[in-house]
Design a protein around this ligand. Structure first.
Ligand code: PGA
Length: 248
């Protein structure tokens, strides 16, 4: 198993451009680790100063969202070509907050994933169930649907290069991390789903993160699981803790 670990911070709607540069300066020495891909996914307006502040380090910069059209009359949206030109390598697609508050559907997310690949951006596609769905026992049906629709038209080679983040909605920002068993179980099932769609080789290559209240205490157990290749970290990515998580 040669999958390289990937730990990404999701800053959400936090940090002004000035604050963003200060945070990069603070975290730079703490996240130095050549064995892990380290990604800072930041608000669109912070991308350019963060790319500049992170130049010459191991930090890669990601966006938190993008639109699925190349350009045009879509007021307020960010085009994939703009991200590439600004130095972005990764893009979070289909975060549960975008699904919930901005009504993004699996179909929208699929369009964004396909568009990201057109521009050689690496999608971090988020999936995850609500507490209701978990209690109803439909977690895996729901997540398999998100994965399958999200990846329609994606080739095996593209799928192998991307990242899927499993983020149970009930664990996001709640301080209630999923247990390592719960997280591993779903990440393993996502890998089985990828195997059914694309075969063994792609399933072995694709990287699957866990996200949802990852902190300095829970990270090392989570990242030690066979099918968890790193994490997508919200709250704890905005402070020095992120360094310990990268090194967990
Ligand atoms: P959290 O957020 O770590 O603050 O729970 C994770 C995410 O939403 O990506």
């Amino acid at each position: 198993m040669g999958r390289r670990r990937i730990v990404a911070g999701n800053w959400k709607m936090n940090k002004t451009p000035t604050e963003a540069v200060a945070l990069v300066e603070e975290l730079k020495p703490l996240v130095k680790n050549d064995d892990v891909d380290v990604v800072f996914c930041v608000p669109a307006i912070d991308i350019i100063p963060v790319v500049e502040a992170a130049a010459g380090t191991n930090i890669k910069v990601g966006a938190e969202n993008m639109y699925f059209e190349d350009k045009g009359a879509y007021t307020g949206e960010t085009a994939p070509g703009m991200l590439v030109d600004a130095g972005v390598k990764y893009v979070i697609i289909g975060h549960s907050e975008r699904r919930e508050y901005f009504k993004e559907t699996n179909e929208d997310i699929n369009k964004k994933v396909l568009k990201a690949f057109e521009y050689d951006l690496i999608p971090i596609m988020c999936v995850g169930e609500s507490l209701d769905q978990r209690e109803q026992g439909i977690t895996m049906d729901f997540i398999r649907q998100q994965v399958k629709v999200g990846l329609l038209g994606v080739t095996a080679e593209q799928a192998a290069s991307m990242v899927i983040a499993y983020e149970p909605i009930w664990a996001i920002g709640t301080g209630k991390t999923a247990t390592t068993e719960q997280a591993q179980e779903v990440c393993a099932a996502i890998r089985v789903c990828i195997c059914e769609l694309y075969g063994e080789e792609t399933a072995e290559a694709i990287r699957i993160q866990y996200g949802g209240s990852v902190n300095t205490k829970t990270a090392s157990d989570l990242f030690a699981q066979a099918d968890i290749d790193g994490g997508l970290v919200g709250g704890a990515s905005l402070k020095a803790d992120f360094g310990a998580i990268v090194n967990a």
